[in-house]
Design a protein around this ligand. Structure first.
Ligand SMILES: [Zn+2]
Length: 138
């Protein structure tokens, strides 16, 4: 199914407020970065956590991720608060996922297509950056 950018996608007020430690994740974990909505569910891209890696956009500890469909960008680095566990059922990730679901799905329900909210971008150094973390002077 094609994924489209929603022209009026709401800004993400949930992820920037998320409090999650770097140590919550470990190499080998399966994670997802939630980026939008598919029908009445959140949608995102799935990755495997590889190793600890500096997240330069925030100047904080991040995680290098393996993207099985990444092509030339197979390895990317993301901040822990962008990540949600797929491989474990943990309260920290569940609370975040439900908060995002409650905020986002009612606002985009009925669009009839998969929506990417456009919150995340990839820098030239293969760092995933959330719009709230993007600063001037790239
Ligand atoms: Zn978790």
């Amino acid at each position: 199914m094609p994924v489209s950018r929603h022209p009026h996608a709401p800004g993400d007020i949930v992820t920037p407020e998320r409090d999650i430690t770097h140590a919550h994740f470990r190499p080998g974990d399966q994670v997802v970065i939630l980026k939008g909505v598919a029908g009445s569910e959140l949608r995102g891209d799935a990755y495997k956590v590889v190793t600890s890696s500096w997240h330069t956009p925030t100047d904080e500890d991040g995680w290098r991720l393996f993207d099985p469909s990444g092509g030339e960008r197979t390895y990317i680095t993301a901040h822990p608060r962008y990540l949600v566990h797929l491989s474990r059922r943990c309260a920290d990730c569940l609370i975040y996922r439900q908060a995002l679901h409650t905020y986002l799905v009612p606002r985009l329900a009925g669009a009839g297509e998969d929506i990417d909210c456009g919150w995340y971008s990839l820098t030239r150094l293969n760092q995933v950056v959330h719009v709230a973390d993007a600063r001037g002077g790239k």
